[in-house]
Design a protein around this ligand. Structure first.
Ligand code: HQG
Length: 180
């Protein structure tokens, strides 16, 4: 990914997940923004985008953070929102027996006391595989991977979803379902 792509990708994450109002952009409940409006709003904030650049970033993004609508006229972030204007509707799904969450060692005491909480995001993010969880945990320090008794949670009525890119989401994970 080129430096320009990295920078534009961060800008897209910022306006499509967190602060659309910072550039006067409107997202619908499913997080979709009209690409022409996005380009116009970005331009007014002094950032030049065009359709080719946006498509290129959607295609080349390492974590498939963005998706285009079928008609190609709209774009959204597939997960990770914090803005209240978006409430993605995911189909509830039965999770595998175990899921994983990567965090930093320094958060462990608090997590074991309070369970996993979504922080600024709308959901707690979990993954089926340990390597993804390890990479996520490394972002904040020495990584620790927690195992979640996902199927047991599900049987007790906790709801799980999968974001488009395979990340598992749930509202919270009480400590009794966690093991280090
Ligand atoms: C921790 C990235 C103390 C939690 C990644 C995490 C992922 C607690 C941090 C996606 C806690 C929140 C999500 C508690 C949770 N006490 N700390 N009770 N409960 N935490 O970034 O899961 O680049 O909001 O362990 O790759 O790290 O955005 O969540 O360390 O897929 O596409 O609080 O973000 O993807 O941090 O990462 P985050 P996350 P993107």
């Amino acid at each position: 990914m080129s430096k320009q792509h990295g920078e534009v990708s961060k800008f897209l994450s910022y306006v499509l997940r967190h602060e659309p109002q910072a550039i006067g952009l409107t997202l619908d409940l499913e997080g979709w923004a009209d690409i022409d409006s996005l380009i116009a709003c970005a331009q007014q904030s002094g950032r030049s985008l065009d359709v080719a650049l946006i498509r290129n970033i959607v295609d080349s993004n390492d974590k498939k953070r963005f998706a285009l609508s079928e008609d190609g006229r709209r774009i959204r972030a597939v997960q990770g929102h914090s803005t209240d204007t978006v409430a993605l509707q995911h189909e509830p799904l039965q999770p595998p027996e175990f899921l994983h969450h990567g965090t930093a060692a320094r958060f462990l005491d608090s997590i074991m006391a309070q369970g996993l909480r979504p922080g600024e995001r709308h959901h707690v993010h979990l993954s089926a595989d340990i390597s993804t969880a390890t990479a996520v945990g490394k972002r904040y320090g020495t990584p620790v991977v927690l195992r979640i008794d996902a199927l047991r949670m599900h049987r007790q009525g906790f709801v799980f979803f999968q974001a488009d890119i395979g990340v598992w989401l749930t509202e919270r994970v009480p400590a009794e379902f966690l093991s280090a």
